[in-house]
Design a protein around this ligand. Structure first.
Ligand code: FAD
Length: 431
């Protein structure tokens, strides 16, 4: 993880240095305010490229940093991009208004008649919409698919912004600067197209995934077993998740992330889903033989970079899915803490206990309402956690569950003194 952070940070830093050189060499505008505008414009283009890199699903980054962390960075940088674009636009208008001694409204309208500027305005307008729907308050109130469809409009902004940058010739006023920008855009857009479109399409054509069985685990939980060709060649690990589409069952634009609830064995994959909405509730209607379209596997919630032999696995509710898969890969020195309101809610418990028995691992089921009783039931308070697992600081800790539970456990584990490098968390929510 540190290597990936340092590499990503290093690449961004080197490009920032090159960008400043390009700016000082060729960034002079017709007026000092327009020079400032160019500064923000060039930095907006650079931030856009970092943004795209974060969501390009580059396997090397994804397996080390995890999609949730990359998406969180993408979200925060998105707001940075928005303000950089707004500053660029404000300085452009102020610069031309000062240069030609015109009002702001008049300058805005006359710039709108210039194709390069108009494209920039379109890109900025789309960005305002996308940022507006990404504010947490708005986002929580929109169905995921609606938010996602609006978010995808950003590709239009990207196109308009790219052409704006190409026509706005100052960026490309030397062979060196032109070569640099073309190389950068080709690399970033190339990796995005390859990893997000070419690889998934190729992988699905090659493996031809199909539903092999649908097994109810509880009233509101179902497991879907999936087979396909040459599954031993699918680079999947216990703890990872895929983004699943069920053509014919759902609309083509509906895609949902579900973890692998069993370690991949080269012959089949399994997901286990709790009914949260229409897609997850409808999975029990899937028919054997239905085609499945998979993106991934993704995620850094794996044993790939572990530092310790001993493991603590903590699951909250349906967060048991990747934990169950990880237990299959773990040795005898493993402790599993499984939080559920009551024993009947603890799906896959039988499987978990069976696996633990064959591996010599311990499973503790932690039930009851949080805060109930005397002393109050708080199994993940630092003191309680430490009492349950006294050697916790010597363990690799994996936590998966709803975002609030995951955050609380990670906080407690840090308080007890487990180093960050030994803590791995998966939240069942992106962004
Ligand atoms: C990395 C990851 C792994 C997950 N693994 C599991 C698992 O193993 N088992 C399980 O039961 N659940 C898992 N989830 C949660 C699961 O993705 C959602 O419950 C499911 O997508 C809900 O979709 P729906 O259409 O049934 O419900 P909806 O009513 O459409 O959605 C309910 C909530 O789920 C979230 N959601 C919906 N679609 C998506 C999407 N495409 N991407 C991200 N979030 C979405 C939204 O925040 C929404 O508020 C996982 C989530 C993530 C991010």
């Amino acid at each position: 993880m540190t290597l990936a952070r340092v590499t990503l940070g290093g690449v961004v830093a080197v490009n920032l240095v090159i960008l400043e050189i390009v700016f000082f060499a060729y960034g002079q505008g017709q007026h000092p305010v327009l020079t400032v505008a160019k500064f923000f414009g060039l930095h907006a283009a650079m931030i856009m490229m970092v943004q795209l890199t974060l969501v390009a699903r580059i396997p090397w980054l994804d397996r080390r940093l995890g999609m949730d962390r990359l998406t969180a960075w993408h979200r925060w940088l998105g707001f940075g991009l928005f303000w950089t674009v707004m500053l660029h636009a404000a300085f452009v208008i102020t610069g031309y208004a000062t240069l030609y001694d015109m009002g702001f409204g008049e300058t805005f309208l006359s710039l709108a008649r210039v194709p390069a500027a108009l494209l920039g305005m379109i890109a900025a307008g789309i960005m305002i919409v996308v940022v507006g729907v990404s504010i947490r308050y708005v986002r929580r109130r929109l169905p995921y698919e609606t938010w996602h469809a609006l978010h995808v409009l950003i590709y239009l902004a990207l196109l308009a912004g790219l052409v704006h940058q190409f026509i706005e010739a100052t960026t490309f006023s030397s062979v060196l600067a032109t070569g640099y920008w073309w190389t950068l855009w080709t690399l970033v857009l190339g990796s995005l197209v390859i990893n997000r479109f070419v690889v998934p399409v190729w992988r699905n054509a090659y493996h031809r995934f199909r539903v092999a069985a649908v097994v109810p685990e509880a009233d509101n939980v179902v497991s879907v077993h999936v087979t396909g060709r040459h599954l031993d060649r699918l680079p999947a690990r216990a703890g990872q998740f895929c983004i699943w589409r069920f053509p014919g069952h759902n609309r083509w634009w509906q895609a949902n992330p579900f973890s692998l609830s069993a370690a991949p064995d080269g012959r089949s994959l399994r997901l286990t889903a709790k009914a949260a909405g229409a897609t997850s509730a409808g999975l029990r209607q899937l028919k054997v033989g239905n085609r499945v379209f998979i993106e991934g596997p993704y995620g850094a919630f794996t044993n790939l970079h572990r530092k310790r032999d001993k493991t603590l696995l903590v699951a909250g509710g349906v967060g048991i899915t990747p934990i169950r898969a990880l237990l299959e890969e773990s040795g005898g020195q493993t402790v599993v803490l499984y939080r559920a309101a009551k024993e009947t809610d603890a799906v896959l418990l039988g499987e978990l206990q069976g696996l633990a028995a064959t591996r010599g691992a311990q499973v503790h089921l932690l039930t009851g309402r949080t805060g109930a009783g005397t002393p109050p039931n708080r199994p993940f308070d630092p003191a309680n956690l430490h009492a349950l697992v006294p050697d916790i600081t010597e363990r690799e800790v994996f936590v998966c569950g709803p975002p609030a539970l995951t955050a609380a456990v990670v906080d407690s584990v840090r308080t007890i003194g487990v180093p960050n490098a030994q803590i791995h968390a998966e939240r069942f929510g992106l962004g």
